[in-house]
Design a protein around this ligand. Structure first.
Ligand code: FNR
Length: 386
């Protein structure tokens, strides 16, 4: 299978599956419990119909937008995700370069395998630093200071991961970091030799954001162990208010699902929220992000920029979320599978396809700018907000 044969999310996923050892593919593809929320995230878009306008003259379409003080050429961005160099040896570097080429934002995770400083050198475009709140307050302070020093524009605190989601696929495959060469591992490596060669070529596995705080030499760590042991479950609004004051810039909460929390975020000085359920990887049974978007946009008014992610696989999905008032739309697996399939080239192809799809959909809707997308052009099958 070649990259040119990939025309949508499902093609990229298929190509990634062929390239990756099973545990790594399933780490990306999986979600919590019965994966109901994961499926709902995408299904929710299909419950919403588009009502186009015609004869409006749509030769030129402008996809640019401003969100969290950043000007983007595209209204969608690469949401921060962990461990990208396990998926492809270039990892975060490939994503940073592709996002820069397309004039959009990307995020580096606390659990990133490339340092936020290195990502910054690759892309001078808008960069998000995704932050988890650790028990170790020194580590928290150090990370904020590093991000400031590196010139990161947007601080994004993930608030939906106070404890690890129940990722049963990872339990079954024994997925842990660093990826170990145990008895099961040998056959996984042997089955995917080109992945294995690249993995070894990249040298020691690193988590540069956590350096000096996690000893990777001591043995493999499961992701749920990281969440349960290193993150602080007592994190509360006062802690976040203090961080917002310290950061003194664009500060966004990722994983806000209630209107009440969005109002609270505004009241402590956050500049944005991401309506997100972590791609269904945390609380299974949580409502889909898209279904929850309208009420959060309403609660936020003009006090916060509202972003969303979860289940976005098509230009029309982006268009629907923007029509409900999202300022930008994040994608996760939509760029991770292309990354695994073909590195930077794969991510670029995914962004290119999404750009084309969105541009086409906007023309067919009779719109030439993001500002023209309105909820009046949506109808919900179940009688929801529209
Ligand atoms: C994630 N996500 C995530 N979020 C975060 O705040 N910090 C992180 O380190 C990660 N890591 C991560 C790894 C993988 C493999 C996935 C799939 C997701 C969640 C991510 O930012 C985003 O919220 C979801 O991926 C959006 O859902 P879709 O687009 O994948 O359906």
């Amino acid at each position: 299978m070649r990259l040119q044969d990939c025309h949508n999310f499902h093609d990229f996923r298929r190509m990634a599956r062929r390239r990756l050892p099973g545990p790594i593919f399933n780490y990306i593809d999986g979600a919590a419990d019965d994966e109901v929320t994961y499926r709902r995230n995408t299904a929710a878009f299909e419950e919403c119909d588009l009502v186009p306008n015609v004869l409006r003259g749509v030769r030129e379409v402008d996809l640019s937008t401003t969100v969290l003080g950043q000007t983007l050429q595209l209204p969608f961005y690469c949401s921060p995700t962990a461990l990208q160099r396990l998926f492809h040896h270039d990892g975060e570097r490939a994503v940073a370069a592709a996002a820069a080429k397309y004039g959009t934002m990307f995020g580096v995770s606390s659990l990133g395998t490339t340092s936020l400083e290195e990502a910054r050198r690759i892309s001078t475009g808008p960069q998000i630093y995704q932050f988890y709140f650790h028990k170790d307050r020194e580590l928290n302070r150090e990370m904020m200071a590093r991000a400031k020093q590196a010139g990161v524009q947007v601080m994004m605190l993930t608030v939906d991961s106070i404890t690890g989601g129940n990722r049963e696929r990872d339990k079954r495959t024994g997925f842990a970091i660093p990826f170990r060469l145990n008895a099961a591992g040998v056959s996984q490596f042997a089955a995917k030799p080109s992945w294995a060669v690249n993995y070894f070529r990249q040298g020691a596995f690193r988590l540069p954001q956590l350096e000096n705080h996690v000893d990777m030499g001591r043995g493999a760590m499961s992701i749920s162990h990281y969440f349960s042991e290193m993150l602080d479950p007592s994190m509360n609004w006062d802690d976040v208010a203090a961080m917002v004051r310290d950061w003194d810039g664009q500060f966004c909460l990722k994983g806000v699902m209630s209107a009440e929390d969005a109002k609270q975020a505004a009241s402590i000085g956050c500049t944005g929220v991401v309506v997100s359920n972590h791609g269904g990887r945390q609380l299974d049974g949580s409502r889909s992000s898209f279904d929850q978007l309208a009420e959060i946009v309403d609660a936020a008014g003009d006090r916060l920029d509202v972003l969303m992610d979860g289940g976005v696989q098509r230009g029309t999905h982006v268009l629907k979320a923007l029509s409900l008032g999202a300022k930008a739309v994040g994608v996760g697996r939509y760029y991770l599978f292309p990354l695994a399939a073909a590195g930077q080239e794969g991510v670029e192809r995914a962004l290119e396809l999404m750009r084309h799809e969105l541009e086409r959909a906007m023309k067919l809707m009779g719109c030439t700018s993001i500002a023209q997308l309105r909820p009046e052009n949506l109808r919900f099958r179940s009688g929801g907000v529209g």
